[in-house]
Design a binder for this molecule. Sequence first.
Ligand SMILES: *[C@@H]1O[C@H](CO)[C@@H](O)[C@H](O)[C@H]1NC(C)=O
Length: 332
Amino acid sequence: GSMDPAIYFKEQFLDGDAWTNRWVESKHKSDFGKFVLSSGKFYGDLEKDKGLQTSQDARFYALSAKFEPFSNKGQTLVVQFTVKHEQNIDCGGGYVKLFPSGLDQKDMHGDSEYNIMFGPDICGPGTKKVHVIFNYKGKNVLINKDIRSKDDEFTHLYTLIVRPDNTYEVKIDNSQVESGSLEDDWDFLPPKKIKDPDAAKPEDWDERAKIDDPTDSKPEDWDKGGSGGEWKPRQIDNPDYKGTWIHPEIDNPEYSPDANIYAYDSFAVLGLDLWQVKSGTIFDNFLITNDEAYAEEFGNETWGVTKAAEKQMKDKQDEEQRLKLEHHHHHH
Ligand SMILES: *[C@@H]1O[C@H](CO)[C@@H](O)[C@H](O)[C@H]1NC(C)=O
């Protein structure tokens, strides 16, 4: 756009341990898992790729950072971050939650009310999806579409865009994977049309396309036990056939449009509130802004510039491992 982007939250973990002053551990439970600052076993850039890594297996994690509260009314909202499941994740969350102001960060937990939950969630081969959940009038409403998450060991960029015309877009690695209208793809509102409760199928409505031919009769020499099998009359077109009865629809009196589905009074905290079986996921490059182009550029400048070197390092490690195993094999 022509205006400077509003950057509500940006976190790249480029200042050593200082992140511990910006992120708050919840004390709701005493055994939440620890996040550590790390770029992991392989990376594109040792410093730039440092992010928050889950470090203990089979734990709940609950960490959050606050920012100056804002409302997205009349504006686009973009939520973006990178996730790297370098541990080859079996089951665990890779999503963020955006909370309204008023959240007690020290008490954040799984039931704390949020506005939006967004990002990948993997559990076994059956669940590999990207959640997009909106709190609408106190209820968490899940997207009706199935968005597949990445399940490899590399860093991926996840972006959610919510616009004031009630449209949305989900991008992975700066490519659109889903888009549409909020009203169509979530069940926020009751349906526009319902079946007319006063209409019923007339009793004499004949839905049978074919009927037995009344002039046909079983031959006298019909041999049931023989190759003919059970005798069945010939089928003819039903002269009274009226087609399938279609229940007429009327406007649903419960329905009223809402032009502000997308809008929240306040956003104030970004939280990582998730469960992981095998730890090792790294979260990085968090961004909340009102500018789609800026977010794309920021994605290019972070994930975009380190992804190739990350892949190279991983490939090299895999090759070294392969040679080591081969060597081992030859000597025994
Ligand atoms: C981001 O990178 C892609 C691929 O190189 C490019 O096509 C796109 O224009 C870039 N976006 C921005 C906003 O710089």
